[in-house]
Design a protein around this ligand. Sequence first.
Ligand SMILES: [Fe+2]
Length: 342
Amino acid sequence: MYVLIAKTPALALSVPNSIESSLRLRPPRWHERALRRLRFRDCFAHARHAPVLDSSQQYMLEELRSEGTLILPGHINSATVDIMRSEIQSALESLDFEMPCLAQSRLDPARHVQLIRNFLYASPEELRALGVTFDKEDVSSLTQALTDFQPAWLTAYMLERSETFRKVWLDERILAIVAEYMGLVPKLAEAYVRRNFPTRYWTMNHYWHRDLNDRFQLLKMFVFLTDCSVETGPHEFIRGSHADMERLNGKRYFFDEEVDQLHPVGSRKRLVSEVKVGTVILEDTRGLHRARMPNSAFRDLGYAVFVPLQDATTTGLYRFPRRAYGSLSKFQRAFIPVCNLV
Ligand SMILES: [Fe+2]
């Protein structure tokens, strides 16, 4: 998925005024609030089934509201983590990951100069047309895929495959905080695990940005399935920036210098997710953040994206087994778009 293709890095990082207003985050106006009440009335109605928060969840909610991020170290126990790690490995070794996938080995510094300057920002179709992807017929094993194509990441959709992943992604204690924070029951719009490898070329998400999936209500969950250090590519977030829409706003991406000037490296405002496996982070990624790539080894990170959606107009971005859906609580079911059921 992509939003903006610029001709040069400079253009990507400083956009014309006409584009700026569509990239500027701001609180909703009264008529926008009213329209959303109508448009997402099902999401608001489902909030009636949300469990009441206990005192520890209330404390977490307050931290999420003030900081824009909530770190839950050791949220997933080690036995569950072991199962998840083994299931990811099995999915990848079965070649059950998203393809076509970008092959960094197929990037030619001369022939693909435009794409590289553009931080590899293009749709899957455009990348395939440029001949820089690999597909199912090109791979015979995980090792061969990694050796021959040097992907920056592989994406696996684990909720279709695994009861354990479904339980973690639909943990009612987390979902209750999500619903309370957002003021409605959003949809779990995206759910996947990504294995990141050291890479030669950077992509746009490695630069500071604000997410624009939904300009008014958005929450993401990150599930750390490997230890994460500076060496293996931490996620960074500016605490409180989800509510600070006066500064560093209105552009898709920001230069490091702009962020460093306002929030110097090492300041408390800069959260660097050097965390242990089993940690879960909830974050309002309308705040300033960036992903770092591993320098060595790899990093397995799970993603959940929560946004208000209308079931009737939603396109499924992952698949959820109908039989498992039937055994969920009414509250959990409200998070799954019906078009995702298989
Ligand atoms: Fe992002």
